[in-house]
Design a protein around this ligand. Structure first.
Ligand code: C2O
Ligand code: CU
Ligand code: CU
Length: 549
């Protein structure tokens, strides 16, 4: 069941052309549409300064050869059979284990996705990244606490035929992290072309809980794409408008497959769900309204499970769930995304499936009987002790140390009116190692404007999933929008936020304010913070922050 651009949709789009022209008129020239033909990608690099020559600064890491695991990771053009008929041209990560347990890499079958990397906390990991793509790239380990030069900053991009050596210790707690490219201006098209994979960390704390594992631990990445009549990926056919609003596909893929169905047993499973989409927000729900039991978020397990009627998941966010399928034994269960409002101006984007539309995400086929003995509890006590204590601290709204306002200026999404420059970091983006701060994100146009929405008249702003590199933070709190329309939009998603636990990405609906508490530990250097709507990121809604000793 593939959607293609319909005439009805074309007409709907052309109705917007006046507005599009208005936006384009006040916007610096960015490139337009790109189609993945053969070669799969025509460059859509946004206006950005030329990248410096790759500097792979020697560190403690590279002088050591004590790695527990050594991997080779390549990015390469490939073809995958996604639909019957013509295979789809993609760009793909491929990997080999050069040293250590071969189970560290698990390929995702029949998919463009990169292999799932599974490591243990405390392991030292060496990864040699090379690529065979016609444009620069670099890999970022989303959510990991690693030295700045191991983090995949765009100033470290390499070209075809070059390699980048990563070596770092796994300091993160057990959790669901992921990896994807991070070259400036072209992260969106590269992720879209297929470059992404899970990075799962296990540790003893998690092991002691006896959570579902093996076939009962299921990573699921949800993405959206547009395919043309020849089964090829299409990116940003509406050019500038897709960049301003974020590009939305009309075909939902789970683990790289359309109409994805997973067979499960009528017992408890652990589902790790990643929103790996460029800009789509999901509002996940079971059709019968059964609530979700959430046991973890971006940075690992919670102190205690929490329940949600539905889950609001912005780009790059993860939720870790325990689902007891026994109540649906013998049935087919559809995971849905429910409708919500405030997904973007002009009704939520240019797609035939706007941000905020409802649709089926995937199906679970639940067997009648349990084939394996049921080893798992439905509801487990989770963290206690130091982790819980660390997280419980400081949950009151405070005077923030830094405020970052998200808004549109001169036709560009900005953070405090600034856009990305490769090496630039302002004095108010410099923080001190070993300190703790509260940062406040404000999704509002300054001076009483309508709020992050490109000024008045655009329908009340856009959501921005804000991501901070190099660390996991805690969400101190949120303040709902004061504007009535924005408040009404916010009401349609707010019960699905999971603000507990450790996070690296936080979704702000238009008009919202969020405070996060972060601690700068172990490493100095330049790290990124940005909107993880990848089209926004690519057009410069990203900045460096610098940790100094
Ligand atoms: Cu998932 Cu800076 O990125
Ligand atoms: Cu990241
Ligand atoms: Cu954004």
């Amino acid at each position: 069941m593939k959607r293609t651009l319909t005439r009805r949709n074309f007409l709907r789009l052309s109705g917007l052309s006046a507005a599009a022209a208005a936006i384009a008129a006040c916007t610096p020239a960015l490139s337009g549409a790109a189609t993945y033909g053969n070669p799969p990608l025509s460059g859509t690099k946004a206006t950005s300064p030329p990248t410096a020559t790759p500097v792979n600064t020697p560190t403690r890491a590279q002088t050591s050869s004590q790695a527990d695991v050594a991997l080779a990771l390549q990015a390469t053009p490939a073809t995958v059979a996604i639909f019957p008929g013509r295979p789809t041209q993609v760009w793909q990560f491929r990997g080999q284990v050069q040293q250590g347990d071969p189970a560290v890499l698990q390929p995702v079958p029949n998919s463009y996705l990169g292999p799932t990397i599974r490591v243990q906390k405390g392991q030292r990991l060496k990864i040699t990244f090379s690529h065979d793509l016609p444009q620069e790239s670099i890999v970022h380990w989303h959510g990991l606490h690693v030295p700045a030069e191991m983090d995949g900053h765009p100033r470290y991009t390499i070209n075809r035929g070059e390699t980048y050596e990563y070596e770092f210790d796994i300091l993160n707690r057990a959790g669901t992290y992921w990896y994807h490219p991070h070259p400036h201006g072209i992260t969106g098209p590269q992720v879209y072309a297929g470059m992404a994979g899970f990075f799962i960390v296990h540790d003893e704390e998690e092991q002691a809980l006896g959570l579902p594992s093996g076939a009962f631990d299921i990573p699921l990445v949800i993405q959206d794409r547009v395919f043309d009549g020849n089964n090829q990926l299409v990116y940003r056919p509406n050019g500038m408008m897709d960049q301003m609003m974020g590009f939305l596909g009309d075909q939902i893929l789970v683990n790289g497959q359309p109409d994805f169905t997973r067979s499960v047993e009528p017992t408890t499973h652990r589902l790790r769900i990643l929103n790996g989409s460029n800009s789509r927000i999901y509002k996940l729900a079971w059709p019968d309204g059964t609530p979700f039991t959430v046991i973890g978020t971006d940075g690992g397990l919670l102190d205690a499970p929490v329940q949600r009627p539905y889950l609001t998941l912005g780009p790059a966010e993860r939720v870790d769930l325990l689902v007891d399928f026994s109540r649906w034994a013998g049935q087919t269960l559809t995971l849905r995304s429910l409708s919500f409002s405030g997904g973007g101006f002009m009704g939520g984007g240019m797609s035939t499936l706007p941000n905020g539309a409802s649709f089926d995400v995937m199906r679970f086929q639940i067997s009648e009987d349990v084939a394996t003995p049921m080893p798992y509890k439905t509801f487990v006590p989770l963290m206690t002790g130091p982790v819980a204590q660390a997280r419980g601290a400081g949950r009151a709204w405070v005077q923030a140390d830094r405020v970052f306002q998200l808004y549109m200026q001169f036709g560009q999404w900005t953070i405090n009116g600034r856009t990305f420059q490769m090496e630039a970091v302002a004095p108010d983006e410099t923080v001190k190692l070993g300190t703790e701060e509260v940062w406040e994100f404000v999704n509002q146009q300054p001076n009483g404007g309508e709020g992050g929405g490109g000024g008045g008249g655009m329908g009340g702003g856009m959501p921005h999933p804000m991501h901070i590199h190099g660390l996991q933070f805690q969400i101190v709190g949120r303040q709902p929008p004061t504007n009535a329309q924005q408040r009404a939009n916010w009401e349609t998603v707010k019960d699905g936020y999971v603000d507990e636990g450790w996070k690296d990405t936080v979704l702000l609906m238009a008009g919202e304010r969020v405070q996060v508490r972060l601690r700068f530990e172990d490493f100095t250097g330049l790290y990124l913070y940005h909107c993880h709507n990848l089209e926004h990121e690519d057009m410069g809604m990203m900045r460096n922050y610098k940790i100094v000793a």
